[in-house]
Write a protein that binds this ligand. Structure first.
Ligand code: PLP
Ligand code: COI
Length: 361
């Protein structure tokens, strides 16, 4: 497909940031947009970052036909820019789309749109430690219809956000999770294994509830409060005494994290010890207390590895410290391996980092 460029005059473009903005705040000058109607995607374009015109009756505004993704790009030591496994984000867009009956957007179109946008905005890519160019694709159903049905019109777009660490204190801050049976993120047969907007709207109340209890996030359990599912908006992990990472087995109420899948692939190559299991909450707590579990935390694109120092409860049970409550050595090693590969300082398997070409515009 032919890509169209409508770039801002250089005199109107804002300059790259001197200081990397906190996670989520930074913006660049342009975005990638492509429209869907009549059963087809058309007019892929790089245009100035700015508002969309959608009707007040747009289905996304009423019935939540929205999805998003989160990826990252980095400048490698050769000075070139590389997108990290963005093809997996693009594939997951279509998995999420299927869950809420949205159109699929061809993976090649998403990837080319992303690489062309990154090319235009490469000067915005931060190189400071723990920083990245955060890539945020999204899709919205924009048909003006009050009937509850699947939209026949969509906008797919990608925006970029030059970003510092997800948590202001970066990797070195061990977070705290609240164990509660009061709120759940997802149920079997629901939308948990997708990045639809509604999942995140539903996570806001539990998030503030966790904060009211002095924790950073909720450790989500399954609806029967028996098994561990997710650590806020991340997959959960714990580490056994021999350094093995255990990640809850995927099901339809857990997001199939690209970070977790990458770590499991690395395990298959013998670079880390990791596997998936169903994790019963009561075994997890017993193993935390008896020292069989020495580290724990969350895995996700934004923070990569986010170690937990403690688990709290909302039923009067005393908090449990993980190890010495600080960031542990296995979590640190994994973080360094992963971010080393992302930033091109450590070799990564072929195809994991896609070079951003210098396209003619
Ligand atoms: N779980 C949830 C609910 C998430 O929102 C995310 C973030 O994308 C993750 C897990 C981690 O997934 P990934 O590693 O693909 O970013
Ligand atoms: C992640 O990438 O780990 C996230 O959870 C992203 C978040 C901003 C939704």
């Amino acid at each position: 497909m032919k890509f169209r460029y409508e770039l801002l005059d250089p005199s109107k473009q804002k300059k790259p940031y001197d200081k990397v903005p906190p996670f989520g705040v930074g913006r660049t000058n342009h975005m990638f947009v492509v429209d869907y109607d009549d059963g087809q995607w058309h007019d892929p374009r790089i245009v100035p970052y700015g508002p969309f015109e959608i009707m007040p009756g747009a289905i996304c505004l009423h019935y939540g036909q929205t999805l998003f993704e989160g990826g990252k790009a980095f400048i490698h030591p050769d000075g070139e820019m590389y997108a990290w496994r963005f093809n997996m984000n693009a594939e997951r867009v279509n998995k999420s789309a299927d869950v809420i009956m949205m159109a699929n957007c061809p993976v090649d179109l998403q990837v080319e749109g992303c690489l062309r946008l990154l090319d235009v905005e490469r000067a915005f890519c931060p190189t400071q430690p723990e920083s990245s160019m955060y890539i945020r694709p999204a899709m919205i159903g924009v048909q003006d219809s009050l009937g509850i049905k699947s939209s026949n019109k969509y906008i797919y777009y990608i925006m970029l956000s030059p970003a510092g660490p997800y948590y202001a204190d970066g990797f070195n801050k061990a977070t705290t999770l609240l164990i509660t049976s009061k709120y759940h993120r997802a149920v079997h047969g629901g939308t948990g294994n997708s990045k639809t907007g509604g999942n995140y709207a539903a996570s806001l109340k539990p998030y503030y509830y966790a904060h009211d209890h002095g924790a950073d996030q909720v450790l989500y359990l399954d609806a029967a409060n028996e098994y561990i599912e997710e650590a806020g908006a991340m997959n959960h992990y714990h580490v056994l005494k021999d350094g093995t990472f255990i990640i809850p087995a995927f099901n339809d109420s857990i997001l199939h994290s690209i970070t977790s899948r990458t770590i499991l692939e690395l395990a298959g190559m013998g670079k880390v010890k990791a596997r998936q299991e169903r994790i019963r909450l009561k075994d997890f707590i017993a193993d935390l207390k008896n020292g069989n579990i020495i580290e724990a935390g969350g895995l996700g694109t934004a923070a990569v590895v986010s170690p937990n120092g403690a688990y709290m409860f909302d039923d009067g049970t005393a908090p449990i410290t993980v190890g010495d409550g600080k960031v542990g050595k296995y979590s640190r090693q994994l973080y360094e391996l992963y971010t080393g590969m992302q930033t091109g300082k450590t070799p990564a398997p072929a195809g994991w980092a896609a070079k951003v070409e210098h396209y003619s515009k």
